[in-house]
Design a protein around this ligand. Structure first.
Ligand code: CTP
Length: 404
């Protein structure tokens, strides 16, 4: 494996040294390309010592005409001779330049000339990470098929706490290896019906009851299933993220609409994954006009919604059914109870006690199986948790067949 490792100018640049070593330990030949900003944070000699290769630092650094010419085509050679380009830390500035095709230094010209898989590990201040400009640039880079190694949450060098810390070198090295391994297309026979996001239950024409679900978990599951070749039907409540390319999207608003959409598509599906945070109650009597404000207390009567997962459990036949359990206490016993009560093959259980899960990019879940086994996954980005969940579908089918 020949890896071109681009190092951007951020405080996390020192972690790229650990990454270079981790890649070397996996048998990779690593060529480091540093931006001039990166050299403000770490010496090229560190990388040269770790990789046994001269570090490339910039375009047109040659003194004479001949050297200038050879360095002006060097990025083409680097682009041609490497299997994968990984950039860590990928700063907000680098992401912007990659997204827009700007090529004013060695790393960005190599990026444009490179035709293989690209892995980007962003790291920056939380506000820069959540800025609409960065979000838009990342959407462009994701759509281009690049692998994004999501930053982690924690205390940042700037003193703020939040998302933006460079992922651990081991995770980036895993992403590099994965980028070179074509995804298993082992779900080509499957039609996966996924529910995602919250539902909204109207109280009057302008107000509704809802919850904090962002849809990120369900959308990541849809993307993972698509990558493995499945046909995906995504029944989604209102969210603010774009659906993955290739999914058949059914937009719904209320629990009742979600129930109808799921029942409509249940016959053609072979796997059902219910990650939506469905409202448990709805207002049965919704007035046609806006309820006017008065000084009196407003009491709203709510009726229970239909439990869609339980209905799927009754009608599932040979289908694989995966439910979710969001709990504030008693996680595993509650997940087991829901699995039996709703006839699931697996329940993805997560603690939502500190309110962290819903809007976060990270999730820590346990997979509770029918056999009684509980697989506790490490806290990881929802994209990786999604891979784990989708990766278990075939094993669940084998277990279900053995059970019959
Ligand atoms: N679910 C559903 N329809 C509902 C409520 C929940 O299909 N009306 C599904 C969710 O999509 C999830 C699972 O049931 O897969 C568990 O949801 P959760 O809110 O954790 O549990 P509830 O069954 O609502 O039970 P409780 O509120 O007592 O925890």
């Amino acid at each position: 494996m020949r890896v071109a490792l681009g190092v951007g100018g951020g405080i996390a640049a020192y972690k790229a040294a650990e990454l270079a070593r981790a890649l070397g330990e996996r048998g990779a030949a690593v060529q480091v390309l540093m931006t001039s900003a990166a050299r403000e944070f770490i010496q090229p000699l560190t990388f040269a010592s770790l990789t046994g290769r001269k570090v490339i630092t910039d375009l047109f650094t040659g003194q004479g005409a001949e050297e200038a010419l050879s360095s002006s085509i060097e990025h083409i050679r680097v682009a041609q001779e490497h299997d994968v380009l990984v950039v860590a830390p990928a700063t907000a500035d680098l992401l912007a330049r990659f997204a827009h095709g700007l090529a004013n230094d060695f790393l960005t010209t190599t990026y444009l000339a490179f035709t293989g898989p690209v892995v980007l590990a962003p790291a920056m201040n939380t506000n820069m990470w959540t800025h609409p400009a960065t979000v838009a640039n990342l959407a462009v880079l994701r759509a281009r098929g690049h692998h994004i190694v999501e930053p982690e949450e924690g205390l940042l060098a700037c003193g703020m706490t939040g998302a933006g810390r460079l992922a651990e070198p081991r995770r980036i090295a895993d992403a590099v290896t994965a980028a070179l391994t074509p995804p298993a297309r082992d779900l080509q026979e499957e039609v996966v019906l996924i529910t995602a996001g919250p539902t909204q239950e109207p109280l009057d024409p302008v107000r509704f009851i809802s919850n904090r679900s962002s849809g990120k978990m369900g959308y990541a599951i849809a993307a993972a299933a698509l990558r493995r070749g499945a046909r995906v039907i995504l029944v989604t409540g209102p969210v603010s993220i774009p659906p993955p390319d290739g999914a058949q999207v059914v937009n719904v608003r209320t629990a009742a609409q979600m129930r109808d959409a799921v029942m409509e598509h249940l016959p053609e599906s072979t796997v059902i994954i219910k990650s939506a945070a469905v409202a448990d109650y709805f207002a049965a009597d919704v007035p046609p006009q806006k309820t006017k404000k008065t000084q009196a207390r407003w009491t709203i009567e709510l009726d229970p919604t239909v439990d869609i997962l339980a209905e799927c459990g009754q009608k599932k036949g040979n289908r694989i059914l995966i439910g979710f359990a969001a709990e504030t206490t008693n996680l595993i016993p509650e997940a087991r109870r829901k699995m039996t009560a709703k006839n699931c093959d697996m329940v993805v259980a997560n603690l939502v006690a500190d309110g962290k899960v819903f809007e976060s990019d990270l999730n820590q879940v346990s997979l509770v199986l029918r056999s009684g086994e509980v697989i506790e996954l490490k806290e990881a980005p929802k994209t990786e948790v999604a891979e784990e969940i989708v990766g278990r579908i075939l094993a669940l089918r084998r277990a279900a067949l053995a059970h019959r």
